[in-house]
Ligand binder design. Structure first.
Ligand code: FES
Length: 93
């Protein structure tokens, strides 16, 4: 199963492929902020430090929202992130 690591805390979770990050956050009560949950506000913006290659490509809408929030490389929206392989995430600073 894919392993998700939160670099901020060092916590890691093994989850079935296809698990939505937002669902994991709710199940595990993780300290990841969310707002709209539909990819338009940017509150959930984070950085994929490892495993970006296993993430689905960004939709045009996600790209627009990320671009509105930051120019940090490998930034993604947590509410749109689906865990397909090992991932390491850090908060957007
Ligand atoms: S919670 Fe609004 S973009 Fe993710």
């Amino acid at each position: 199963m894919p392993k998700l690591t939160l670099l901020q805390t060092g916590a890691s979770f093994e989850v079935p492929a296809g698990t939505r990050f937002i669902d994991l956050c709710q199940t595990e009560d993780l300290p990841q902020p969310f707002g709209c949950t539909v990819g338009s506000c940017g509150t959930c913006c984070l950085v994929v430090e490892q495993g970006l290659e296993s993430c689905a490509a960004m939709s045009e809408d996600e790209r627009d929202t990320v671009t509105m929030c930051t120019d940090v490389k490998n930034a993604r929206l947590g509410c749109q992130l689906v865990i397909q392989g090992d991932l390491a995430l850090r908060p957007l600073e």
